[in-house]
Design a protein around this ligand. Sequence first.
Ligand code: IPM
Ligand code: MN
Length: 359
Amino acid sequence: MLFYPGDGIGPEVIKESIKVLNALSIHQITIKESLIGRTAFEATGSFLPESTISLVKTSDAVLLGAVGANRTSDITYYPGPETALLKLRKLMRSSINLRPIKHYDSINTNGSNVSNVSNVQGTDILILRELTSGVYFGKPKNVRKLYTQNNAVSLEGFDTMKYSDSEVRSIAHVAFKTARSRKKKVLSVDKANVLEASKVWRNMVLEVSKCYNDVRLWNNYVDSAVIEILSNPKEFDVVLSGNLFGDILSDQLSIVSGSLGMLPSASLGFNGKGMYEPVHGSAPNLTHRNLANPIAAILSLSMLLRYSFHLNKQSTMIDNAVDNILRKNYKTADISNGKRYVSTSEMGELIASLIRTAF
Ligand code: IPM
Ligand code: MN
């Protein structure tokens, strides 16, 4: 297993995941550390150094903290640290991105005011985001100079949203198969009233659905889907979407969990390798303050143990420890509702020590 602390709060939250991994004393996993993102650029002149790429090729699983640029407001046209993450996803062929959204009774989400308590209790949604295609990767993609009649320069940026029917077919089968072992419901999110890529998406999802008569399928446009889900989150099960819509939906649905700091993710390829990362970014405003919530990273480790190493028992131990610590009312600042909170390292230590006592 390889881990990349990355940028911003990445190293702080990954440190706590490693603490939890050590508490489990799993001997079959060897870990190596490598550089990615802005941190890698500062050390080597590359956001994704060759040494990192060659380690990825020999690793079964990758645990990543975060990558990000600590920008103020403007953005350069040069490739930023995010390109390293996108390249890595492509390199690992991790096209299936699982983003579970759970409600924890011990986290008060009333303040968010999007749904009443009875609708949110028991929510267990799995966002299935296509991760290596769509508008993130479609070509052509560039910024070009346009010359107006009086020879003034104007800039035009363009991206291309593309989905082939075979790409949609693969992820749709994963969605329906996954739903079969859950609540047997799939909501597919698109913008098929406007986008051609979404029309191909919707038609293929409908076609695949015919092989799964026991699973119920809905389709909805992305703008309306968010409201539909947030009005009654516990009614939803698997939410299938393309790359861009899945990115937007997952941040929005974090309201159900109380914070982005609670959302883990797993990116799986068809080659059995996996990449695991918290859904949150590098959060420059929280960096070096021991304030970030390490639970998203710790739960990403839990997904890593389950999906890449089939260590279901250890994965469940982590999930239960997180649940128990929250129930004992230990919260990081993001989920404390203005009340007393614990630091990043305290939260990691609380979870790790609960696991140690189980041995
Ligand atoms: C995410 C992030 C990334 C994405 C960025 C950092 C490239 O927002 O994993 O959700 O857009 O996929
Ligand atoms: Mn995102």
